[in-house]
Design a protein around this ligand. Structure first.
Ligand code: SF4
Ligand code: SF4
Length: 410
């Protein structure tokens, strides 16, 4: 009980809850508001930003007092809206709450700036002037920025090692063997993006290993040659729901290569510890469960551990497993760049660089880019460079540069 009361008291401060005064700008939410305030006598418009659940009841009560109506703008389920209704009822407040439950906001879809502006205008009784944009300032389309693996991410190196091993394996064959890469849920799902293109399936946590087994059997049933059948899974997902699929793979004599991408954290959701890390959620020491020992205990004998940034060794290890059958595992071990210290950034020697762009087109590291030709460089010359503020010095790009143009800079 004491803990719950302490939590309630700490919520507004801990969670950036804030009631904004009329005209006051808040982070990320001031787009249409300032304009609206100028449009109407602003003294009667207030805004409250809520970022945690359970909601900070006292902050919300202070916000609600004296208001006639509230428009709740929240994506996904109407959780805060329902809480506002409850708080109003419990405290005898006759504030009209408008949101999804009474059709003022749409139940599904993205709450774009244009949509929110339109709904706010309706709510405030303002009309758009003829020809006025619903979302002033956003008329120029933003550039497309797909999510990518971070610069220096070990997953990029792991995917690249497997990709190269498969490419070289097939290079010597008249009939190429199909490779299927079953993926899973984690940062490494971003391995689906070009140029890596290494995630063919993504269903739910732990499903990659089961998918790979099903795909392998389906190909055989269809009379096809067994594919090169990979299942990628992160260390956290391995413990979460990966183990049952591996048990089944051993039990049913599947023919798959499981690639465990062990980056020593649960990176996608904020770096929470997991059973392989040796400490608990509260930071106290805990039993460190070894992925390799779990695999051995299930009867798997083909297990290899590599650092993906030792790219030759990593590629050779993946290549060796291609030549075997049964359940094989390669554990790529290198910490997430968010939990390790970055090295010194690398640079490109423009004298040596042939501008082949292999470093860009093979890896997709966001630290490497290519400037458009300029008047001084000439129309056909683009300069390939490394952004020192992003590069972690992982060295992976050195492995693909045929001109030995990438290296340390003074
Ligand atoms: S791979 Fe090497 S030579 Fe090719 S563009 Fe990149 S730095 Fe230049
Ligand atoms: S060393 Fe190369 S691959 Fe690694 S982060 Fe820097 S630019 Fe990217």
């Amino acid at each position: 009980m004491e803990a719950l009361e302490g939590l309630e008291a700490a919520k507004p401060e801990a969670a950036r809850e804030h009631v904004f005064s009329p005209g006051e700008q808040g982070d990320g939410a001031s787009l249409p508001e300032t304009k609206f305030h100028a449009d109407r006598a602003a003294s009667d418009v207030r805004r409250c930003k809520v970022t945690v659940f359970p909601v900070p009841e006292k902050t919300i009560l202070d916000f609600l007092k004296g208001l006639d109506e509230v428009l709740v703008i929240e994506e996904l389920d109407p959780v805060i809206e329902t809480e506002l209704l409850r708080i109003c009822a419990a405290n005898g407040l006759s504030v009209k709450i408008k949101g999804k439950l009474n059709g003022h906001m749409p139940n599904a879809g993205e709450y774009s700036a244009a949509l929110v502006t339109e709904k706010l205008r309706d709510f405030l009784g303002l009309r758009s002037s003829a020809g006025q944009s619903a979302a002033p300032g956003l008329q120029t389309p933003l550039p497309v920025r797909p999510p990518v693996l971070c610069a220096g991410c070990p997953h990029r190196a792991s995917f690249f090692a497997v990709k190269e091993a498969v490419r070289k394996y097939n290079a010597g064959r008249a009939v190429k063997r199909k490779a299927v890469y079953s993926g899973d849920i984690g940062c490494y799902t971003l391995g689906n993006a070009l140029p890596l293109d290494m995630v063919d399936t993504c269903l739910c946590m732990g499903a990659g290993i089961s998918n790979a087994q099903g795909i392998g059997r389906a190909e055989i049933l269809l009379g096809h040659e067994a594919p090169l059948n990979f299942a990628f899974i992160g260390d956290s997902t391995f413990f979460h729901t990966g183990i049952p699929g591996i048990v089944n793979a051993v039990y049913s004599r599947a023919n798959i290569i499981i690639a465990v991408l062990d980056n020593s954290t649960t990176a996608m959701t904020g770096g929470q510890p997991h059973p392989g890390m040796g400490f608990s959620i509260s930071g106290s020491p805990a039993e460190k469960i070894s992925i390799v020992r779990v695999l051995e205990s299930l009867g798997i004998t083909e297990i290899v551990r590599v650092n993906p940034f030792d790219w030759e060794e990593a590629e050779n290890a993946a290549a060796a497993l291609l030549e075997k059958d049964g359940v094989r595992v390669i554990v790529f071990e290198a910490p997430c760049i968010m939990v390790s210290l970055p090295g010194k950034p690398l640079g490109i020697d423009t004298e040596k660089c042939s501008r082949c762009k292999l470093c860009i087109n093979k890896l997709g590291c966001p630290a490497i880019s290519c400037d458009l030709p300029t008047v001084s460089t000439g129309p056909s010359v683009s300069i390939v460079s490394i952004d020192r503020s992003l590069c972690t010095g992982c060295g992976l790009c050195k492995s693909v540069c045929p001109s030995l143009a990438i290296g340390a800079v003074s």
